[in-house]
Design a protein around this ligand. Structure first.
Ligand SMILES: [Zn+2]
Length: 272
């Protein structure tokens, strides 16, 4: 079976000259790519990618914590989420690394809360970016009743990763696992059960432009760290991603999702 990339930004300009080649390579090696939007324009581009690739790329819609210039466009993003019936709200979160000013951090937190409330109301999981604000993000998220939480590209203390997995949340391990001991330690701490593979393309690949296909390298690295077969890493992390997002469309292999898929399929044939 093929792995999938649970977090990439193929809508970004860094792919404008060769996006279709990148996508062709992804199609041959992966079962899918999830592309979270960061602001109203990026949300639109992500939806466009979803349409153009017949759902091989799947869009989440959100408002990124560093998109400070768009913080007054929360209502617009909410309307996008409503209108496009997305399957997750993201990318949202807290970033105290890039945003240092006190009032702006307050604003960032209220935007985050509004987006989390939207997800709670709609029964959708959230895709969370948290940098230098891991504990605060976890505290906030714990106050809501969410169907799923995905801490993407997690770099916090392994103890916090543990706390998140005890909540049943998923931890995104990016291609940083290829070179970061910190991320390696997180993998050791949490094991495969709640782990999701992602690249965060175009970022986080030894200074070069990243590509979703590099999850294959990550799978190899995780298999070495945990001393388990690479096929197990691919199966389990893809299964975790499907479970988190309730995704029927990435050709399910794990039993529980297979059942869901069959139900969905029989519903579909009934309505014909
Ligand atoms: Zn991202």
């Amino acid at each position: 079976m093929k792995p999938l990339d649970a977090h990439a930004h193929l809508d970004m300009d860094r792919y404008s000259s060769d996006r279709s080649e990148v996508l062709d390579e992804c199609r041959s090696l992966l079962s899918g790519v999830i592309n979270p939007g960061r602001d109203p324009e990026s949300n639109r581009e992500s939806m466009r990618l979803q349409e153009e690739t017949d759902g091989f790329v799947k869009a989440n819609l959100g408002l990124h914590p560093t998109a400070t210039q768009d913080f007054d466009r929360v209502e617009e993003v909410k309307r996008q989420i409503e209108k496009n019936s997305t399957f997750a709200v993201g990318e949202i979160g807290l970033d105290h690394h890039h945003v240092t000013e006190k009032d702006l951090r307050k604003r960032q937190e209220s935007v985050f809360r509004e987006m989390v409330e939207t997800a709670e109301k709609k029964g959708l999981p959230v895709v969370v970016h948290t940098r230098s604000a891991e504990e605060r993000s976890i505290e906030i998220l714990e106050a809501y009743d969410l169907t799923g939480v995905y801490l993407h590209c997690f770099n916090g203390r392994p103890g916090l990763a543990q706390r998140a997995t005890e909540n049943g949340w998923k931890i995104g391990v990016s291609t940083q696992v290829l070179y970061s001991d910190r991320v390696g330690n997180i993998v050791e701490e949490i094991g495969l059960e709640n782990l999701v593979l992602e690249t965060d393309s175009p970022f986080l690949y030894r200074g070069e432009r990243n590509s979703p296909v590099n999850v294959l390298e990550s799978a190899e690295a995780v298999s070495e760290i945990l001393d388990v077969p690479e096929t197990d890493v691919v199966e389990e992390t893809a299964g975790n991603t499907r479970e988190l997002f309730d995704l029927e469309w990435f050709r399910p292999t794990i039993k529980s999702v297979q059942t869901k898929h069959q139900i969905w399929f029989s519903k579909r044939s009934r309505t014909r």
